[in-house]
Design a protein. Structure first.
Length: 436
C-alpha cells in the first residue's frame, strides 16, 4: 500500500477522498492507495465524507513529517502555509500532488528546485483546467511537437460572465453580482475578473510548452472589468465574440510572450464556442496542427479526477523501483522524465510592445466635423493601418466611433493612441480590445 496524507478537506479534498474511498470500477492501482491522515483547519466542521475521526487532524506539520506517508496531496489553497508545508514535505522525501496554481506560478522555481534536489515529484494536473488533462498531455502525448502557441479559456468565472453578457446583453457589474449570488463568482472576485488566476495558469502552461521557467511578474494580465454591453454588441455586429484569452506563444527570435487579455474571437473559431463555466485549451504544434482540450475547469469531482490521476501516476512509477538516492544523484536520468519538471533556465520573454496585434477601439468624441479624419491621420502617422472606421451613433451627446485596425505593432498602436487621447475632439477611449 502507498500511504498518502491530504492537506485540506474542502471542495477538492472531499472529491479526492470520495474517489479514493470508492475504487471499484476505476483503475486497479487505486486499490493500493491508503489515506493515512487528512489535515483541516476546523476539526468540528461537518464533512460530506465519512472518514474515521482519528484520520482527521489540525496538525498539518505532523502529516508532512510522517515517515509512513509517501505522497502529500496539497488541496488547501493559498500561499502560506501551503508553501512551507510543501517544502517541508519535500525535505522529508514526500512526492507532492497539488491543485494550487497560484502557489506554483509564484513559487514553482523554489518548489521544483527543492523537489529535484530531494528526488521527488511535484505533480499539478489539477492546477490548470480543473478536470481537463492538459499538464500530462503537454509533457507526454504532445511533447514531441514543437509548440508554437497555447491559447486558453482557463477561467470559468469570467467565461460565465462574458457568456451571459453575450446571451442576455446585460452590463458587467449586474451579471457579476448575480454570478456571486449563484456561487459562480467569489465574494472577492479580483483574482478571476482581473485575469490573475488565468495568469497563474498560463504561466504554468507556458513553462511546460516552451521548456523554460516563467517569472509570474512577466505575465501581462488584463481582466474584463471594462468590457461593456456596448462592446459585446459591437463584437456581435462584426461577427466576433469577446473571450478572456490566456495566450503563450513563441515569437520571432525565439522569445516567449505570455499574456491574458479580453480578445475579439471570430465566431467560427473553436474557442468562440466555449461557453459558461467550461474551459478549453488550444495547443498549436508542429507537426500535429491544432488540438483543443475541452471540459469542466472546476468543481469537486472534475478537479479530484485530476488530483487522483497524479497520485496514480506516482504510484505507477514507484512500482518501477527508482530509488530516491538514484534520483538525487542524477535527477534528469533517474526521475521518470515524463513526470518530473527538470528545466531550470528562465525563458527569454518578449515585451508586449514587440508584438503585432489587431485592435478594436471605441472612442467617445465631441460631435464636431472632421474627427474621423483626425483619427485616420494620427493612426496613419504612427503606421497603424485601419481595417474599418465607423461612427455608430451617440452615447448622450458624445459621438461614438469604432475603429478596427489591421495587425500593427503594439508600440506603434500605443503611441498613436497617446496622441489621439490628447486631441481636443476626443472625450474618452472606453474600450481597447485585441482581435484574434
Ligand atoms: P476549499 O474548499 O476552501 O478547501 C480548503 C481546505 O483546506 C479546507 O478543508 C480547509 O479546512 C483547509 N485549510 C485551508 N487553510 C488551512 C490551514 N491554514 N490549516 C489547515 N487547513 C486549512 O478549497 P478548494 O476549492 O477545495 O481548493 C483547494 C485548492 O484547489 C486551491 O488551491 C484551488 O485553487 C484549487 N482548485 C480548486 C478548484 C475548485 O473547483 N474548487 C479547481 C481547481 C483547482 P476547513 O475545511 O477546516 O476549513
Amino acid at each position: 500500500m502507498v500511504k498518502i496524507g491530504i492537506l485540506g478537506l474542502g471542495t477538492v479534498g472531499t472529491g479526492t477522498v470520495q474517489i479514493l474511498l470508492d475504487p471499484v470500477g476505476r483503475h486497479h492501482l487505486l486499490q493500493s492507495v491508503e489515506i493515512r491522515r487528512v489535515g483541516v483547519r476546523s476539526i468540528d466542521k461537518p464533512r460530506a465524507v465519512d472518514l474515521p475521526s482519528e484520520l482527521v487532524t489540525t496538525d498539518l506539520d505532523a502529516i508532512v513529517c510522517d515517515p509512513e506517508i509517501e505522497i502529500v496531496v496539497e488541496v488547501m489553497g493559498g500561499i502560506e502555509p501551503a508553501r512551507s508545508l510543501i517544502l517541508k514535505a519535500i525535505e522529508h522525501g514526500k512526492h507532492i500532488v497539488t491543485a494550487n496554481k497560484a502557489l506554483i506560478a509564484k513559487f514553482g522555481d523554489e518548489i521544483f528546485t527543492a523537489a529535484n534536489q530531494a528526488g521527488v515529484y511535484v505533480m499539478l494536473e489539477a492546477a490548470v483546467g480543473g478536470g481537463i488533462p492538459v499538464i500530462q498531455p503537454l509533457k507526454q502525448s504532445l511533447g514531441v511537437n514543437r509548440i508554437g502557441r497555447v491559447t486558453g479559456i482557463i477561467n470559468g468565472t469570467t467565461n460565465y460572465i462574458l457568456t451571459r453578457m453575450t446571451v442576455e446583453g446585460g452590463e458587467f457589474a449586474d451579471i457579476l453580482a448575480d454570478a456571486q449570488k449563484l456561487g459562480y463568482a467569489e465574494a472577492d472576485p479580483t483574482a478571476d475578473i482581473d485575469g490573475l488566476d488565468a495568469g497563474d495558469k498560463i504561466a504554468i502552461l507556458a513553462s511546460l510548452a516552451f521548456g523554460g521557467r516563467i517569472k509570474r511578474d512577466d505575465v501581462y494580465c488584463e481582466g474584463i472589468r471594462k468590457i461593456g454591453a456596448v462592446d459585446i454588441a459591437y463584437a456581435d455586429k462584426l461577427n466576433f465574440v469577446i473571450k478572456l484569452l490566456a495566450i503563450a506563444e513563441r515569437v520571432e527570435g525565439g522569445a516567449v510572450s505570455v499574456r491574458v487579455h479580453p480578445t475579439f474571437v471570430p465566431r467560427d473559431r473553436p474557442l468562440a464556442t466555449v461557453n459558461g463555466v467550461y474551459n478549453a485549451i488550444l495547443v498549436e504544434g508542429d507537426p500535429l496542427g491544432e488540438v483543443m482540450l475541452f471540459g469542466p475547469g472546476a468543481g469537486a469531482g472534475a478537479t479530484a479526477s485530476a488530483v487522483v490521476s497524479d497520485i496514480l501516476a506516482i504510484v505507477g512509477v514507484r512500482q518501477c523501483h527508482i530509488s530516491r538516492e538514484e534520483a538525487i544523484e542524477s535527477p534528469h536520468n533517474a526521475l521518470h522524465p515524463l513526470l518530473s519538471c527538470n528545466h531550470t533556465e528562465y525563458s527569454q520573454m518578449a515585451p508586449l510592445s514587440s508584438l503585432r496585434s489587431s485592435f478594436y477601439v471605441r472612442f467617445l468624441c465631441l460631435d464636431v466635423p472632421g474627427v474621423i479624419g483626425k483619427l485616420g491621420t494620427s493612426f496613419g502617422e504612427h503606421h497603424v493601418s485601419i481595417e474599418s472606421i465607423v461612427q455608430t451613433g451617440f452615447q448622450g451627446d458624445r459621438a461614438e466611433i469604432v475603429v478596427v485596425t489591421h495587425d500593427v505593432s503594439e508600440a506603434d498602436f500605443d503611441s498613436a493612441l497617446a496622441e489621439i487621447g490628447s486631441l481636443e475632439a476626443i472625450d474618452s477611449i472606453p474600450s481597447i480590445i485585441r482581435v484574434l
